[in-house]
Design a protein around this ligand. Structure first.
Ligand code: ADP
Ligand code: ASP
Ligand code: MG
Length: 582
């Protein structure tokens, strides 16, 4: 048994436990109706049109698969059985794990491609080459983002519609049409297939334009409509990618994640119901995989149990990739992006940053939570429970190893692994008159913040004075939080128990991350020294609860210089590359 298959077999055991933990979701709301219907896009491809009306019950869905073979696979069997005739162990493999593993000879890889990876025709060609190569040794599910910048444009269109700017909305949709059609013209040589994909692009954009026209008339865009508009980018890139793959002979089918990822109704930041999502993925994707068909799934979007489209949050296609990986119990999830994996710092800010070969889930999760754009903060959630490895690789240099993230990370790595900066924060300082009042002030301040409710990004343990407590909140909530604290401490301020309540609005967090951080002797002193040498003041500092991170609060204008100075001082590059202790 290969390492991959062994790992997979072990995870199946774990997974049955995980499934039982998610049991309550099923009890809460089992979808009787899927809310989506499929229509042929071209032979070999299917698009799924969202419909808010009722549809066939999920369990009786007519699962399509074999028709996808005809156009794209020269060796396809035109009489292949449709998946409605599959035996139970194929349609519901979780029930018969042993048999599934006998059948599944190839490892399963979920490969997510980000916006720059699918930004234009040459990029899409690269992706096609990567996917084609992967299909030789693996079963593959592809998850795609919108082309770079497209989601921003769509969000902008929704705002322009709300403001009644019909011309701006039209200009955005025209630009998007041209961009996607230009790529299609380069990628697709068959006139009929080109026509089909162009029609699909136009239909999606018309759908968006209709939603915007409604919004213009009402001068209002609900969160639900905003999600439907924002999610169009992935609904354009997935059929385009599928058409490009089909053109190069890869058996594939474009599928909208509204059909697969079942979420709650928190529009703009929806959370998946994993148990329901697993059921959908097993029923819809497993039969395709068993026929060697690559599913090309839209990232970023999902739908409620009633079929109302949602989005998982900006930049969340990473999360979509790992949701797919967890739902299908993949052997590996690979996020393909525009850098060589996770670097020791954001390369746009720290020129000497270098790739980290191996990291632990915790290190990667800290890095994502504390601002590294390379990973969406929720990316790790779905994988950690099941122990599925995550790789981050460069679409533009696929021969390089990138970063591998596993539960153990690097066995030899001790000390600092990476630095990250996050800058839209505000620091609130409450200063008591007597040091002995500080614990009580802290307790009341935390309770007040919880009532705002404001997410507390940091409660630094070390402020400059012992009679002072410092709290870091997102910039957007700074004024509300300060107001709530003023109210809470009105009488204390009046009678002098509290000397001052101050807000520093533009601060940044510079965080040092490493699983075995405190093997890196003198870390705090060395960073403070490096920052002092650059005349950067540290406003507060805090050790992360897991002891795998340490954060310094600096003025926003100092963030870049602080990252460079700390990176140089800690020699993160050398440490990460060699795995040596600092
Ligand atoms: P994608 O569209 O592929 O999801 P993103 O733009 O969301 O890509 O994330 C990749 C970008 O994240 C990189 O281009 C890089 O500028 C930025 N980034 C920030 N911190 C890091 C880091 N520690 N390592 C690598 N990239 C980082
Ligand atoms: N297209 C979405 C966004 O720009 C999701 C993603 O690319 O990850 O936010
Ligand atoms: Mg991203």
């Amino acid at each position: 048994m290969s390492d991959l298959s062994r790992g997979r077999a072990e995870r199946v055991e774990l997974r049955s436990k995980v499934n039982s933990e998610f049991g309550s979701e099923r009890a809460a709301a089992y979808p009787q109706q899927s809310g989506f219907s499929a229509r042929p896009l071209e032979s070999g491809l299917h698009a799924v049109e969202p419909s808010f009306a009722s549809a066939e019950p999920l369990g009786k869905r007519r699962l399509r698969a074999s028709s996808a073979n005809h156009a794209t696979n020269p060796h396809s069997d035109p009489n292949a059985r449709t998946s409605e005739f599959y035996p139970a162990h194929v349609l519901h493999p979780r029930v018969v794990h042993g048999q599934l593993h006998e059948n599944a000879k190839k490892p399963l890889r979920v490969m997510k491609f980000g916006g720059t990876s699918v930004g234009d025709a040459p990029c899409i060609e690269r992706v096609v080459a990567i996917v084609r190569a992967a299909t030789r040794e693996s079963d593959v599910v592809v998850v795609v983002s919108a082309m770079s910048g497209v989601t921003n444009k769509l969000v902008e269109a929704a705002s322009q519609a709300e403001a009644g700017n019909r011309e701006s909305v039209a200009a955005i949709f025209e630009e998007l049409r041209q961009r996607h059609e230009t790529a299609a013209n380069v990628l697709i040589s068959s006139p009929e297939k080109l026509q089909t994909i162009v029609q699909t692009i136009q239909a999606r954009l018309q759908e968006g334009a209709r939603l915007c026209e409604d919004a213009i008339q009402r001068r209002d865009v609900s969160a639900q409509v905003r999600d439907a508009i924002a999610g169009l980018g992935e609904r354009l890139s997935a059929p385009l990618m599928a058409a490009a793959l089909a053109q190069r002979g890869v058996l594939c089918e474009a599928i909208e994640a509204t059909e697969l990822v079942v979420t709650d109704s928190r529009h703009g930041a929806a959370e998946p119901f994993m148990d329901l999502t697993r059921e959908r993925c097993e029923a819809r994707l497993r039969p395709l995989l068993l026929q060697g068909i690559v599913a090309v799934v839209t990232g970023f979007i999902g739908a409620t149990v009633e079929g109302v489209p949602t989005t998982l949050g900006r930049n969340s296609s990473d999360f979509s990739g790992t949701i797919m990986g967890a739902a299908l119990d993949a052997d590996e999830v690979i996020l393909w992006t525009d850098v060589d994996g996770i670097l020791t710092a954001d390369p746009r800010l720290v020129p000497g940053a270098s790739s980290i070969l191996e990291m632990s889930y915790r290190e990667a999760s800290d890095l994502a939570d504390l601002g590294a754009k390379v990973l969406h903060p929720k990316t790790m959630h779905a994988l950690m429970l099941q122990g599925i490895p995550l790789a981050i690789r460069n679409t533009f240099a696929p021969e390089r190893p990138g970063t591998k993230i596993t539960s153990d990370g690097s066995s030899s790595g001790v000390g600092v692994r990476a630095l990250t900066g996050s800058n839209d924060a505000a620091l609130i300082t409450v200063r008591a008159t007597k040091v002995s009042d500080t614990p009580n002030v802290l307790r009341r301040a935390l309770a007040t913040i919880a009532g705002v409710p404001a997410e507390l990004r940091l409660a630094p343990q070390y402020s400059t004075a012992q009679d002072e407590i410092s709290l870091v909140v997102p910039s957007a909530l700074a004024a509300t939080t300060l107001h709530a604290l003023r109210k809470e401490f009105t009488s204390d301020l009046a009678c002098g128990i509290i000397r001052a309540l101050a807000l520093e609005s533009d601060v940044a967090l510079v965080t040092v991350i490493g699983e075995k951080l405190f093997g890196a002797g003198g870390l705090v002193g060395r960073v403070l020294h490096a920052l002092a040498c650059e005349s950067i003041s540290v406003l507060a500092r805090s050790q992360g609860s897991s002891r795998s991170s340490f954060t310094f609060v600096v003025a926003q204008r100092d963030m870049k210089a602080a990252l460079i100075a700390a990176h140089r001082q800690l020699q993160v590059t050398a440490s990460a590359a060699s795995g040596r202790s600092l």
